[in-house]
Ligand binder design. Structure first.
Ligand code: SF4
Length: 357
């Protein structure tokens, strides 16, 4: 590849961004200083999640908790309830923890460096670089999936992901160099990947780097980045239990086990195990010995990052009082007040169609 004129490439990208940047609720208006709280909140929400999905959640959080101090003053239950449906709930728990640290230890001010930010819960290398550059104009390279794609194509890196990550990071740093506007550059880099250098049919005609892009010259844009073949995810099996009173109220309980969905609400559920035969034998929870359970002829399927889940649904009518130490009977119209993950929202919708009382 001929010697690149890095400062010219930076200027081309920044001037493209000045013309084509999308308006987003967390993005500072042109000429305005970004609000670190908004930048941090959006970056946490955008981890593994699209702009379209995040936008209403971001708007809701800002209306409810306009400052980091306000968020720190909320209970974890309130934060989990507002987060319900956005997935990856460890993010919400870390968000709350982080807000409390910022409010109490840092008097409401976020650290301005990548190293300082990385000390905080829920902030990894990518998020720290994004916040440091966007909120505090620090030179830092934030490499997300969009940037990976642009860089792989621009340099025609044929080594497959994920083993090419380090090469890509180095090349991204080369392009970012020391630029005049680190915050705009970070956002422009991602924006180019999101809107022009798209996974399918990149719109190279509109790309400010078209003349220098190696994949474009070689006609191999859509083939990059190369990815190692996907390993099939393991499957886990279990049961979920729908216990409904004649009034229509049904039982939900708070999940106390550490880890996935900790502190959130759920329909009573068995363990989730790899062996389908073991899962078939799981009994209903101990407080339901007076209940007769019947299988529903439908299953709930849900995909997590590391495994897929298949849950059988068993239903019972609660004719007598049910002893459920961690549970509440609730009505459908009230479930918005509970932190229910998407999996459980799906299960409730499906079960509610079947009247068992
Ligand atoms: S020219 Fe095409 S492939 Fe190359 S960076 Fe631009 S949009 Fe991506």
């Amino acid at each position: 590849m001929s010697r690149l004129n890095i400062s010219k490439l930076q200027e081309q990208l920044l001037s493209w961004y000045a013309r084509h940047r999308r308006v987003m609720p967390w993005r500072a208006e042109r000429g305005r200083k970004p609000d670190p709280y908004r930048v941090w909140l959006s970056e946490i929400m955008l981890q593994q999640t699209t702009v379209v999905t995040v936008t209403p959640y971001f708007t809701k959080f800002i209306a409810k908790w306009p400052t980091v101090a306000a968020l720190a003053g909320a209970s974890l239950d309130e934060v989990l309830t507002a987060w319900a449906g956005l997935g990856y709930y460890t993010r919400a728990r870390n968000l709350h923890k982080c807000a409390q640290i910022i409010a109490e230890k840092f008097k409401g001010k976020f650290p301005v460096t990548v190293d300082g930010l990385r000390e905080l819960p829920g902030i990894g290398p990518y998020t720290a670089a994004a916040i440091a550059s966007i909120a505090f104009s620090r030179q830092a390279v934030a490499v997300d999936g969009n940037v990976e794609r642009v860089v792989s194509r621009f340099f025609a890196i044929e080594e497959p992901l994920p083993s090419s990550k380090e090469i890509i990071r180095g090349r991204a740093a080369q392009l970012a160099g020391d630029n005049r506007h680190p915050g705009d550059f970070t956002q422009a880099f991602m924006e180019l990947g999101a809107t022009v250098c798209t996974p399918r049919k990149p719109r190279c005609m509109f790309c400010p780097w078209q003349r220098e892009c190696r994949a474009n010259k070689l006609g191999i844009t859509e083939g990059l980045p190369n990815k190692s073949p996907k390993v099939r995810k393991p499957v886990r099996y279990g049961k979920v239990f729908w216990i409904q009173k004649k009034s229509g109220a049904f039982l939900i309980e708070k999940r106390t086990a550490k880890g996935l969905y900790e502190g959130m609400y759920q329909l009573p559920t068995s363990e989730w195990v790899a062996d389908r035969r073991i899962a078939k034998k799981f009994a209903a929870p101990y407080y339901s010995s007076q209940l007769r359970f019947y299988p529903l002829n439908q299953k709930i399927r849900h995909s997590f990052t590391h495994f897929d889940l298949v849950l059988e649904i068993w239903t019972a009518a609660a004719k007598n009082p049910v002893k459920a130490p961690c549970g509440n009977f609730v009505f459908m119209e009230d479930i918005g007040g509970y932190a229910l993950p998407t999996l459980m929202q799906k299960a409730i919708k499906l079960c509610a169609k079947t009247q068992v009382a």
